[in-house]
Design a protein around this ligand. Structure first.
Ligand code: FAD
Ligand code: 2HG
Ligand code: ZN
Length: 470
C-alpha cells in the first residue's frame, strides 16, 4: 500500500484518485508527441482539496503536473515516463462563481471549459472574447497557465490581458486569494502576471476573475484572397485604419495549409485557395449596427482591391456562413494532424518584418529540404504565425521528425532571432522547447526566471523540467 495514495484518497475521495485502467486521456499529449506514466491522476473538487493534495505531495517529495483540458501543444501537461508523478486534473473544479455586472467581471474556477465561460458570459449579456479552436475542451486554468492567444488578440489581447485576478495554491500548499477584481493595484510585485504563463511550474491556478466586454451589435466576417504576405500586411494596416477597434480578427492562411483542410475535410468548401497563395480571414465587430459594419467592410475591401492587395473577397451573408469560414480556419491544426506528425512553430516577429522573415526562412528551408511542405498560417494581426513544417509528399513523418526536427527548429528560430522575434508567442515552452530557451532567451532574463522558480518552488515539485531547468 502506498501511503501517499491512501492520503490522497482520504482528501479527494477514492473514486477521484485514478491509478488503473486506460489513463491515456491524461498521459498522452494532444499531438501524440509523448506518452508518460502517472503514479495517479488526482481530481480535486475544491481549492481546499487542491491545497491538501499539494501539501501531501510535498511531504512525500512527489512532483505534480497540473492539467486542464490537455490540449497544450508543447507537452507541458502530461507526466514524464517515471511513473512517480501525480497528474493534478482540475476538470472537476468547473463552477462559475459569479458575475459582477457593475464591475464587468466574472469569477470562474480553473477547470471551467473555455466554451462554458464564453456561454456563461453571453447568458449574462456580455462577451468574454478569448477564442481558440480548442475552446470546446481547453480550460480557463490552462489558458491562463499558458497565456493563450487565439483569434481575438488583435482587439482584446491574450489571456493575460483578460484576467484581473487569480486564486492560486502555491508550491507550499498555501492559498493566495487574489480575486478582488481590481483594475488598478500597485501594492508591489504583480503576482498575477507571474503565475499567468508559468505553465504549472510555480503553483496551481484554482480560480480567476476575468474581464467582460459588451456584446457587439453585429459581427461580420470576410474572406479575402491576397497575392503575397507583403500585401496581407498592407491589408492589415488598411483594416486598422478603416475599422479601428472594430477589427477583432485578422488571420492569414497559406494555400498549402488550406489545401490540407480541403483534402482531409472534403465536405468543406474552401474559397480561393486554388487560385491565391494566401487568404485572409477578417472580422469586424460593430457597436452600431449590421448595416454600418457591412458598409465599412465593403469600403475596406473595395479600396484594397483597387490598390491590388486583395484579388477577390466574400463577406459572409449570415452567421452560418461566418461560422463556416471560421471553421475552415480552425480546422487547419486537425487537417495537419491528419496529414501526419509535423514540426510546429508559434513564432512572433514585429508585423512589419513578417514579409522579410517569411521570404528568408521559406528559402532556407527549401534549400535545406527539397520538397518540404510549409504550412504557414496564423494570427498575422498579432505578428504571430504558425510557421509549421510538414514532411515532403510521400515522406515518412516519424522519420522526418527524427532526422529534421532539430535542424528545422534551428533554421526557424535563428531566423526569428535575427528578426527580433520570440520563439513562442502562444503555446509556451513545456518540454518541447525547454532546451531551446538558453539559446534564445536573454541570459539575464533566464537567470531571473530560474531564481523565481527556486524561490517559489525550492523543492522543484511543480511540473519539474518544464519551462526552466533549475
Ligand atoms: P493543458 O494542456 O491541460 O495544460 C497546458 C499547461 O498549463 C501545462 O503546462 C499545465 O501543467 C498547465 N496548467 C493547466 N491547468 C493549470 C492550472 N489550473 N494551474 C496551473 N497550471 C495549469 N493555444 C493558443 O494560445 N492559441 C490558439 O489559437 C490555440 N489553438 C489551438 C487549437 C487546437 C486544435 C489545439 C488542440 C490547441 C490549441 N492551442 C492554442 C493550444 C492549447 O489549447 C492552449 O495552450 C490552451 O490554453 C491549453 O489549455 P488546457 O486546459 O488544455 O491546458
Ligand atoms: C491555432 O492558431 C493554434 O490554430 C494551433 O494555435 C496552431 O496547430 C498549430 O500549429
Ligand atoms: Zn494559434
Amino acid at each position: 500500500m502506498n501511503p501517499l495514495l491512501e492520503r490522497l484518497r482520504a482528501i479527494v475521495g477514492a473514486q477521484h484518485v485514478i491509478t488503473e485502467g486506460d489513463l491515456s486521456a491524461w498521459e498522452q499529449d494532444w499531438r501524440k508527441r509523448m506518452r508518460g506514466k502517472a503514479l495517479a491522476v488526482v481530481r480535486p473538487g475544491s481549492t481546499q482539496e487542491v491545497a491538501a493534495v499539494v501539501r501531501a505531495c510535498v511531504e512525500a517529495g512527489t512532483s505534480l503536473v497540473p492539467q486542464g483540458g490537455n490540449t497544450g501543444m508543447v507537452v507541458g501537461a502530461t507526466p514524464d515516463e517515471s511513473g512517480t508523478q501525480v497528474v493534478l486534473s482540475l476538470t472537476r473544479m468547473n463552477a462559475i462563481r459569479g458575475v459582477d455586472a457593475g464591475n464587468l467581471t466574472m469569477t470562474v474556477e480553473a477547470g471551467c471549459v473555455l466554451q462554458a465561460v464564453q456561454d456563461a458570459a453571453e447568458k449574462a449579456g456580455f462577451l468574454f472574447p478569448l477564442s481558440l479552436a480548442a475552446e470546446g475542451s481547453c480550460t480557463i486554468g490552462g489558458n491562463l497557465a499558458t497565456n493563450a492567444g487565439g483569434t481575438q488578440v488583435v482587439r482584446y489581447g491574450n489571456a493575460r490581458e483578460l484576467c484581473l485576478g487569480l486564486e492560486v495554491v502555491n508550491a507550499q500548499g498555501d492559498v493566495w486569494n487574489g480575486l478582488a477584481g481590481l483594475r488598478k493595484d500597485n501594492t508591489g510585485y504583480d503576482l498575477r502576471d507571474l503565475f499567468i504563463g508559468s505553465e504549472g511550474t510555480l503553483g496551481v491556478i484554482t480560480a480567476a476573475t476575468l474581464k467582460l466586454y459588451p456584446l457587439p451589435a453585429a459581427t461580420l466576417t470576410a474572406w479575402a484572397a491576397v497575392p503575397s504576405v507583403e500585401e496581407a500586411v498592407r491589408l492589415l494596416g488598411m483594416a486598422h485604419r478603416e475599422l479601428g477597434a472594430g477589427l477583432t480578427g485578422f488571420e492569414m492562411m497559406g494555400s498549402f495549409a488550406l489545401s490540407l483542410v480541403a483534402k482531409h475535410f472534403p465536405q468543406m468548401r474552401v474559397p480561393f485557395h486554388e487560385q491565391s497563395p494566401f487568404c485572409v480571414l477578417l472580422e469586424n465587430s460593430d457597436h452600431e449596427s449590421e448595416l454600418h459594419a457591412r458598409v465599412q467592410f465593403e469600403r475596406l475591401l473595395e479600396t484594397a482591391m483597387e490598390e491590388g492587395c486583395v484579388t477577390d473577397a466574400v463577406v459572409a451573408e449570415n452567421l452560418t456562413q461566418a461560422h463556416q469560414l471560421w471553421h475552415i480556419r480552425e480546422s487547419i491544426p486537425l487537417a495537419q494532424a491528419e496529414e501526419g506528425l509535423n514540426i510546429k512553430h508559434d513564432i512572433s516577429v514585429p508585423v512589419s518584418r513578417i514579409p522579410a522573415f517569411c521570404r528568408e526562412t521559406d528559402d532556407l528551408l527549401r534549400q535545406a529540404i527539397p520538397g518540404v511542405r510549409l504550412v504557414n498560417f496564423g494570427h498575422l494581426g498579432d505578428g504571430n504565425l504558425h510557421y509549421n513544417v510538414q514532411a515532403p509528399e510521400g515522406g515518412d513523418p516519424p522519420a522526418f521528425l527524427r532526422d529534421w526536427e532539430e535542424k528545422v527548429n534551428a533554421i526557424v528560430h535563428d531566423s526569428v532571432q535575427r528578426s527580433g522575434g520570440s520563439i513562442s508567442a502562444e503555446h509556451g515552452i513545456g518540454s518541447l522547447k525547454v532546451d531551446k530557451l538558453p539559446k534564445y532567451k536573454d541570459p539575464a532574463a533566464l537567470a531571473m526566471m530560474r531564481a523565481i522558480k527556486k524561490a517559489l518552488d525550492p523543492k522543484n515539485l511543480m511540473n519539474p523540467g518544464r519551462v526552466v531547468r533549475t
